[in-house]
Design a protein around this ligand. Structure first.
Ligand code: 13P
Length: 253
């Protein structure tokens, strides 16, 4: 059995005061389970302050993006080693908002995946189709291309220490969650694509679902055999909402 991970992507939200309240609230209600893990991903400027609060707790820290470069003349970029240095264990790579708004191609995503792993970070690699792609029957083609770029660059073994997040673009921030069956179909496809290369790696990799996950739809999603947790946007910004999702992971179904 794979463990469940409930990860919060705060996106470009927060302030020192709001973050302190949010993190204190999450820490006060962490589910007492060894198989449900929690991760939060604040914006860059707040990582150090949040790291101070979560170090030594069961709440893991990640970033939302990272440079593919190690150091040097890359104004405004943040290196993977800096994230490690600041207390991050994870980093989100290739979120659809970065692909759509900041020009991240699958090759760039693959380069970021590699540099994150080289620095000892666990990449949370996002894949997902737009509504137009789904409606034209392209979902699996799109996922195969996004995943394939990383497998080609990093090799299948790299997925022994990585997490995949399936986030259909049409479900992000829209209140339109994929049904558990719709999500499971894609998760099964992702695992099968990995299994063609390596069955053990495919069986072990955590595949999270993201897109309008809330406390009241999480348990149906987490009950699906290939869904191993969630990547949560809006509902990760309030401790009670985030914990409701984490608690749904304790008793899926
Ligand atoms: P929402 O949960 O707000 O739909 O966002 C999902 C997401 O993009 C997480 O990375």
């Amino acid at each position: 059995m794979r463990d469940i991970l409930v990860a919060g992507n705060w996106k470009m939200n927060g302030s020192n005061a709001a973050n302190a309240e949010l993190v204190d609230g999450i820490l006060a209600g962490l589910p007492a389970s060894d198989s449900v893990h929690l991760l939060i991903c604040p914006p860059f400027p707040y990582l150090a302050a949040v790291a101070e609060k979560v170090t030594g707790t069961r709440l893991a820290l990640g970033a939302q993006n990272v440079s593919q470069h190690e150091s040097g003349a890359y104004t405004g970029e943040v290196a993977p080693s800096m994230l490690r240095d600041t207390g991050c264990s994870h980093v989100i790579i290739g979120h659809s908002e970065r692909r759509a708004m900041f020009g991240e191609t699958s090759d760039i995503v693959a380069a970021k995946f590699l540099s994150a792993q080289d620095a000892g970070l666990v990449p949370v690699m996002c894949v997902g189709e737009t509504l137009e792609q789904r409606e034209s029957g392209q979902t699996e083609v799109v996922i195969d291309e996004q995943l394939g770029a990383v497998i080609d660059a990093a090799g299948i073994a790299a997925f022994g220490d990585a997490i995949i997040a399936y986030e259909p673009v049409w479900a992000i921030g829209t209140g339109k969650t994929a049904s558990p069956e719709q999500a499971q179909d894609v998760h099964r496809h992702i695992r099968a694509a990995l299994a063609e290369k390596d069955k053990d790696i495919a069986a072990g990799v955590q595949i999270l679902y993201g897109g309008s996950v809330k406390g009241d739809n999480a348990s149906g999603l987490f009950a699906m055999p290939d869904i191993d947790g969630g990547l949560i946007g809006g509902a990760s910004l309030k401790a009670a909402d985030f914990l409701a999702i984490a608690n749904a992971a304790l008793s899926p179904g």
